[in-house]
Design a protein around this ligand. Structure first.
Ligand code: KG4
Ligand code: ZN
Length: 347
């Protein structure tokens, strides 16, 4: 089936056309097109996303991005079997722009419309690469599950046990800041622009990850929860003690902060993988774009002799292809969600 997906939960206006097939036993996706309008430059002066401005930009960009994606896919609405739109979590005014746009399209062209949880989009984004089919052969799912999934984004840090593609149990989550939020806040303290995650990663490449011994919050606790606000505060105290913040000092702080965050994320994920004797580890969400985190979890998974899955780089941060993937799975399960913005919906 051909799916049109719309994502406007934060500061990216994204639309994708996807061909999906294979059913719940062997879901496969072909990304026919994707178009995106990023608002990073607009929000940068505010040091974060400014909701009313974001809404205005979504309204302006949705028809343009839609036209671009449809042209790239060489499709018209006649070819579409299902429309999918993010209903949350995210910024309420932004979510509504996507929902209203999707509803208008669905009514005009008489197509079914499905509301999708953005977090399920991240969770299923690892199924998008073509490679995953050849890695595991035909019956891919029996070789992937049970799995431990780590979802790390700007608003969430969640560790999940996925018994199957659709049966999951939350093992833990952050008690304060999300991992991406911690990267963004630490970056701001270091004087880097928004969004801070990629800036920290860039600066860390020139720094020494063991230069400063920042805390690894909750790393030795037996539960699977996380806490990142103390780590961010340690960066603040460290910087306050310094006479001047040279480029070298900033790189060392960025590298040491990144290492501390990665150590905690990796330790807890791998411990869960061992405890639940899973076949694979899945990494997803915007922070999964971090090469050092990918490397650490890949190495750790190899040591445990289990598989490691992560989406291609462009599908870690917010995108519409992942919303289409989640919509396909949700459609096969016959699950419907209320078509209204749900800013705080969880997994
Ligand atoms: O998934 P996402 O695009 O949006 C949410 O659903 O929140 O995640 C955005 C988050 C931001 O906090 C951003 O700083 C972080 O992902 N991020 C990174 C990297 N790229 C994006 N964090 C660390 N390293 C990166 N390379
Ligand atoms: Zn996201």
């Amino acid at each position: 089936m051909k799916i049109l997906a719309i994502e406007t939960s934060c500061d990216e206006t994204a639309i994708s056309f996807i061909k999906a097939g294979g059913g719940l036993q062997n879901p496969r996706f072909q990304i026919l097109s994707g178009a995106m309008s990023s608002q990073i430059e607009i929000h940068r002066p505010f040091g974060g996303v400014f909701p009313s401005l974001a809404k205005r930009e979504h309204l302006k960009n949705l028809p343009i991005v839609f036209k671009k994606a449809a042209q790239k896919a060489r499709l018209t609405m006649k070819d579409i079997d299902l429309i999918a739109v993010t209903i949350g979590p995210g910024l309420e005014p932004c979510l509504w722009t996507g929902i209203n746009f999707a509803q208008e399209l669905a009514e005009k062209h008489k197509k079914p419309l499905l509301g999708v949880n953005h977090l399920e989009g991240h969770l299923y984004s690892f199924l998008l690469p073509k490679k995953i089919i050849s890695i595991a052969g035909k019956r891919i799912l029996s070789k992937i599950f049970p799995a431990i999934a780590l979802l790390v984004s700007g608003g969430h840090t969640i560790l999940l046990l996925m018994k199957t593609l659709t049966a999951r149990k939350k093992l833990g989550e952050t008690r304060d800041d999300a991992a991406g939020e911690a990267f963004d806040k630490a970056a701001r303290l270091l004087g880097f622009p928004y969004p801070g995650g990629p800036e920290i990663e860039k600066s860390a490449r020139n720094g020494n990850p063991s230069a400063i011994n920042f805390p690894r919050p909750m790393i030795n606790q037996k539960n699977y929860d996380f806490s990142f606000s103390g780590l961010k505060t340690s960066v603040l105290y460290y910087l306050k003690k310094q006479k001047s913040a040279t480029l070298n000092l900033k790189s060392n702080a960025a590298a040491s902060f990144q290492q501390a965050a990665i150590d905690v994320l990796t330790a807890k994920t791998l411990r869960a993988a061992e405890e639940y004797k899973v076949k694979s580890v899945i990494l997803c969400g915007g922070v999964a774009a971090n090469k050092a985190l990918r490397r650490a979890l890949k190495t750790g998974s190899r040591r445990l002799k289990i598989k490691f899955f992560v989406p291609d780089f462009q599908y870690n941060t917010d995108n519409a292809a992942m919303i289409a993937a989640a919509a396909y799975i949700q459609h096969l399960r016959g699950k419907k969600r209320k078509l209204a913005a749900q800013p705080n919906i969880n997994l």
